[in-house]
Design a protein around this ligand. Structure first.
Ligand code: ZN
Length: 117
């Protein structure tokens, strides 16, 4: 009877550990292929693999985007409303910074397909 309980316990632990292992591995794989895509008038200006560091000039200097690791920020813009500057820092797949007056948009995207267990 005691051995049966131990065997059941091992099965339960395996049922918990194995999916968690695959979820963690999948998350790490997704982090390794996160891109920042920057568009000017719907034309792709930059497609950058994160993490990286640097400033990127868009639309002949109207906008400047700074990438600091996984953090993406619009640091300069000559638009009149400044909404893109107020967006602040983005760092997750699906987030975006848009500057409508200058037709500039910046997206964070993951190229992997998310697998939900
Ligand atoms: Zn703007």
């Amino acid at each position: 009877m005691k051995q049966n309980n131990l065997f059941s316990m091992i099965i339960v632990v395996l049922c918990i550990v194995v999916p968690v292992f695959f979820i963690i591995r999948n998350t790490i794989d997704n982090n390794s292929s996160i891109h920042v895509k920057m568009y000017v008038y719907n034309d792709l200006a930059y497609d950058i693999l994160l993490p990286t560091y640097g400033n990127y000039v868009l639309n002949h200097g109207t906008n400047v985007v700074q990438i600091n690791g996984y953090d993406v920020t619009m640091i300069e813009s000559d638009c009149n409303n400044g909404l893109c500057l107020k967006t602040g820092k983005i760092n997750r797949s699906g987030q975006s910074i848009v500057c409508l007056p200058n037709h500039v948009s910046v997206y964070i995207s993951s190229s992997d397909i998310d697998i939900i267990i």
